[in-house]
Design a protein around this ligand. Structure first.
Ligand SMILES: C[C@H](N)CC(=O)SCCNC(=O)CCNC(=O)[C@H](O)C(C)(C)COP(=O)(O)OP(=O)(O)OC[C@H]1O[C@@H](n2cnc3c(N)ncnc32)[C@H](O)[C@@H]1OP(=O)(O)O
Length: 131
């Protein structure tokens, strides 16, 4: 099977900060993975599909307002109606409020902030791409 991947890249805004110290809630990464999964299913099946279950979610580093996040997903297995996927979210730019209000750095190496895996379902009658 040709490897199927999708990538979203976006900036966490002050509106996304939910906790003290401008910390973004972990559920926000899971929300991004839902959009990545939807794009993967559109590529794979021509349908947005439904998220059935996560079997693992790990929060590995904090995310703050001002961080730029890349959220990437890969389809690892295609079943009858199920599509197994893995996800990774990485920070690629961070704010530097310790320097001044507008300082920011491009990271030499991305920092992985969240990893997850799960299963989506596209019912047979909605699969529009023959395989
Ligand atoms: C990605 C989306 N565009 C965005 C979203 O997040 S949608 C919002 C959140 N999700 C939902 O609202 C979905 C609500 N759930 C459902 O509608 C149904 O539960 C379902 C459609 C997801 C599954 O229902 P159904 O088709 O009746 O299930 P099954 O026939 O039992 O199984 C279908 C395939 O899925 C595999 N499977 C079932 N449960 C699990 C599980 N817990 N973990 C992993 N895999 C599971 C099952 O083995 C079937 O696979 P195959 O068809 O054999 O490949």
């Amino acid at each position: 099977m040709e490897e199927m991947k999708s990538l979203l890249r976006l900036r966490m805004s002050a509106k996304d900060a939910h906790y003290g110290g401008n910390l973004v809630d972990g559920a926000h990464m899971v929300h991004l993975f839902g959009d990545v999964a939807t794009e993967l299913l559109i590529k794979c099946d021509g349908d947005e599909g439904l998220f059935c279950a996560y079997d693992n979610v790990e929060f590995l580093a904090p995310v703050y307002a001002g961080d730029y996040i890349e959220a990437e997903g890969t389809i690892t297995k295609i079943g009858n109606t199920s599509r197994k996927m893995t996800f990774e979210a990485r920070k690629v730019i961070i704010s530097r409020p310790d320097i001044n209000d507008s300082a920011a750095d491009v990271l030499a190496e991305p920092v992985v902030v969240c990893r997850a895996s799960g299963t989506c379902v596209v019912p047979k009658d909605k699969q529009r791409i023959a395989r």
